[in-house]
Design a protein around this ligand. Structure first.
Ligand SMILES: C[S@@+](CC[C@H](N)C(=O)[O-])C[C@H]1O[C@@H](n2cnc3c(N)ncnc32)[C@H](O)[C@@H]1O
Length: 323
């Protein structure tokens, strides 16, 4: 992708033509092209090479589904793994949470576009409450693609993406890219700051607060009567151990300043188990539906960001439940 091989082979070429195009050594490139054929990323006929369907969609720059950021992200994780011996001795690499997500948000966006976003949005859009909704909060929305998609499906909806100011720089890029006029941003930290009021829907996906009890009453108060809280996260059941030991190691290579991670992937100090979370949720809301990952997950990369056995919990703020 860095060399532009797939951009060039959108149209079939001989190795010599390709190398003239890229200004590289044909001998080595001939072998590389054969490897790419073996991998199913190129096809060859009578000495002409051309992208296969998959590389044409995902590996050319500037296509809607290009995966350049995902590959960059995989490489940056391999570099972290190379420091495993140092990390074992001196502890995880320390970064601020804002910086971490700033670095990874474009990769998360590209991955979401490969199916999970479309499937998740379809599940939400089927709710009768979605069709009537006018204000939606995408809490910890990052890239904002969910908020953007929701406003495209409901022409009367205004959506707000709440995230750290550093991350919202990238959200604004996607808002502009997709010409999403009814998506606004709210900078802040959802553990400390006001998240606003009067929402019809709060959508909350893959966040450090996703299993935290304090955000349930906060979300409840931000919703209108009859509003809907949609929580998509990877939960642990009571007594459950590791979901994937390799990902637990990857999870622990980096620490975020001021955030206490637990040992297992996507788990934090103060998290509730799935059973505890649903029980607390029921004190404020009525749980309408719980959707398993098989209905929305996309292809796993054995990397941080994988859907694993995530669930979408859809809960309705029923009038008078707290009275
Ligand atoms: C894994 S990303 C998920 C993005 C998006 N919701 C999705 O499902 O693809 C987590 C997002 O939560 C944001 N975030 C994490 N902690 C936060 C906090 N305390 N306050 C506001 N945003 C936070 C991060 O900056 C990041 O954009």
């Amino acid at each position: 992708m860095k060399m532009g091989i797939f951009d060039s082979l959108h149209v079939q070429k001989t190795v010599d033509e390709l190398c003239k195009n890229l200004n590289v050594d044909p001998n080595l490139m001939r072998s590389i092209c054969d490897v790419l054929v073996d991998l199913g990323l190129l096809m060859e006929q009578n000495g002409f090479y051309k992208n296969t369907e998959v590389s044409d969609i995902y590996l050319r720059a500037d296509t809607p589904l290009h995966q350049q950021y995902v590959l960059n992200d995989l490489r940056s994780y391999f570099k972290l793994w190379e420091k495993l011996d140092e990390i074992l001795k001196s502890g995880p690499i320390m970064v601020s949470e804002e910086r971490f997500f700033e670095d990874h948000i474009k990769s998360l966006a590209s991955r979401a576009l490969c199916g999970e976003l479309q499937r998740t949005v379809r599940i939400v859009a089927q709710l009768p409450e979605f069709k009537k909704a006018r204000r939606l909060l995408d809490l910890g929305g990052g890239h904002g693609l969910y908020a953007i998609a929701f406003t495209k499906l409901n022409p009367k909806l205004e959506a707000y993406v709440f995230d750290f100011p550093e991350v919202l720089r990238h959200t604004k890029y996607y808002i502009k890219k997709f010409n999403a006029e009814r998506v606004k941003v709210i900078p802040g930290n959802f553990f400390k700051d006001d998240i606003g009021k009067g929402y019809d829907i709060v959508f909350f996906a893959y966040n450090p607060g996703g299993k935290n009890p304090n955000l349930i009453p906060k979300t409840y108060s931000s919703l209108k009567d009859g509003g809907v809280f949609i929580n998509k996260h990877v939960f642990y059941r009571k007594g459950e151990g590791s979901k994937d030991p390799l990902l637990d190691v990857e999870w622990s290579l980096v620490a975020w300043k001021g955030v206490k991670k637990r040992r297992h992937i996507y788990s934090f100090e103060g998290d509730l188990t799935f059973e505890e979370y649903v029980k607390l949720l029921e004190k404020y809301f009525s749980v309408i539906k719980i959707v398993d990952a098989s209905y929305f997950a996309s292809y796993p990369l054995s990397q941080l960001g994988d859907t694993l056995d995530s669930k979408i919990i859809i809960a309705k703020n029923v009038y008078n439940k707290r009275l």
